[in-house]
Design a protein around this ligand. Sequence first.
Ligand SMILES: Cc1ncc(C[n+]2csc(CCOP(=O)(O)OP(=O)(O)O)c2C)c(N)n1
Ligand SMILES: [Mg+2]
Length: 612
Amino acid sequence: MRLTVAQALVRFLANQWAERDGVEQRLIAGVFGIFGHGNVAGVGQALAEQGAGTGDALPYYLARNEQAMVHTAVGYARTRDRLSTFACTTSIGPGATNLVTGAALATINRLPVLLLPGDVFATRVAGPVLQELEDPGSYDVTVNDTLRPVSRFFDRIDRPEQLPSALLAAMRVLTDPAETGAVTLALPQDVQAEAYDWPEELFARRVWHVARPVPEPAALARALELIRGSHRPLIVAGGGVAYSRACAELLRFAENHGVPVAETQAGKGALPYDHPCAVGAVGHTGTAAANALAREADLVIGIGTRYSDFTTASRTLFGRARFLNVNVTAFDAAKNSGAMLVADAREALLALDRTDWRADPEWTRQAAALAAGWQAEISRTYAGTELTQPVVLGILNEIAEDGVVVNAAGSMPGDLHRLWRTRDPKGYHVEYGYSCMGYEIAGGLGVKLADPEREVFVLVGDGSYLMMAQEIATAVQEGVKLVIVLVDNHGFASIGDLSESVGALRLGTAYRMRGPEGELDGDRLPVDLAANAASLGADVLRAGDPEALRAALAKAVASAHTTVVYVETVPGGGPGAQAWWDVPIAEVSELARTRAAREHYDEAKRDQRPYL
Ligand SMILES: Cc1ncc(C[n+]2csc(CCOP(=O)(O)OP(=O)(O)O)c2C)c(N)n1
Ligand SMILES: [Mg+2]
């Protein structure tokens, strides 16, 4: 079949399917793209010729920023448990390098996305082309090489013959739960338009079976031995529980053996918040309940977690515990010198359940009492009467019952992790692997595309909003309804507080005019973010007190149109961090506050363990 490289690529992608547990779905749900000279005549022409948006063709979506396209693909893939994602096509140069942040986010969160950046001429006959880097030491280096370290698979298609094997490798990595992340196929602009005679089999319908690896018997025996020797076990549930759809199995295991379950950001909602075994968030942004148990536990059973510093409180949290790590990836299972159970979370939990061991009943009872205490703390916090951020979250938590909350950076992820009452893991979508400002609206769009029946509530701080609000226009274009709660505290509340605690004097963390002394301490900026949102095509409601916020949210839910609820918050209102986070402080300073902060730091450092 004689087609261009780009036409062959599009035809191939439209015929790829993912299957797990007998259910098939399209692996590549569609293509997001921004066209320039590096892809318009290649991938752009191919998408247009197949009639994107009609029949079996791959739907095409126009976004406003290439980084945002990747966020949307990530939001979609996470909601679909990694079984389906989008491809992202870009021009060469800046269009391609705009992908880098999104690619890093996808790979760190172990979420599949297919990136198709244009690249400079393979023949080099017209070079240097517009936007070409020109490395004097090597003509085969291009800006797309910045995507290599953030991609799980990277290939550059310099000749048509290379395409079939690259495509197969790309699909394998996207659908392998242990390897998945960003996959990049760089497409030189001349090669995209080049014709070739392809074998028909390349375009046959292909089903990629997503594996559920079972535990190796010897590793399972070692794991069971550890478990049977434990009196005070604690499960740390990560995103892997959700991706494996292992929540029911986790719940049964916890109940059968009396094991408390703590949650990372990606694992939040693994158990319903009010289940007697649920002790909530763990780590720096964790609950007092989960953290108290973490300090006393003799065995930590990590399931589908990568043990970020937020989870381990920078390796200070888990007192003397041993680790047993259930993970589909050996790389993660090996962390903290843990016993490794390399397997799918659901399969592992089913296998581990076959023992009549139970945790010390006093430990199970203590966990339930601590969790109840934290629920009372949440109720007290939510009952505040001023519009603090936690009160905003409390009101939203009530209204968003069956919806999804989306967030990524700033002070909200911590408050959400500690406070949000989550009923299922898909109801809580906080991107905290990369904690990327700007993920919120673009990612929320992906969540809604993946689950159109569910109300999607995007929480976005003013800092994040200013970095990347433009995908509101894309949501409006697609008729995809989002409820966006824009929380304005006039700057970086999170980094402001952090700055103060590390002796950096809040420099550069408030949005202020340059003042008479030359510092950024003048008046508040005359910037109207609500008006900005309206200009992008959203309906906008402003809420100045708790009652108005309730009413605005109810109106936004009832509306069929993307609505931004704008709310200015006052500082304070919630319980702070219940565990440490390692952010190094200046060892010498003329500032007394910095020196005092360093003293606390040195003290905290003493609890840090190598987990050997
Ligand atoms: C792209 C990016 N740049 C910088 C940071 C570091 N950072 C983390 S939170 C934050 C401030 C966020 O401000 P805002 O969205 O207003 O949230 P707030 O802290 O006020 O709650 C910054 C700069 C980041 N996470 N992502
Ligand atoms: Mg802010």
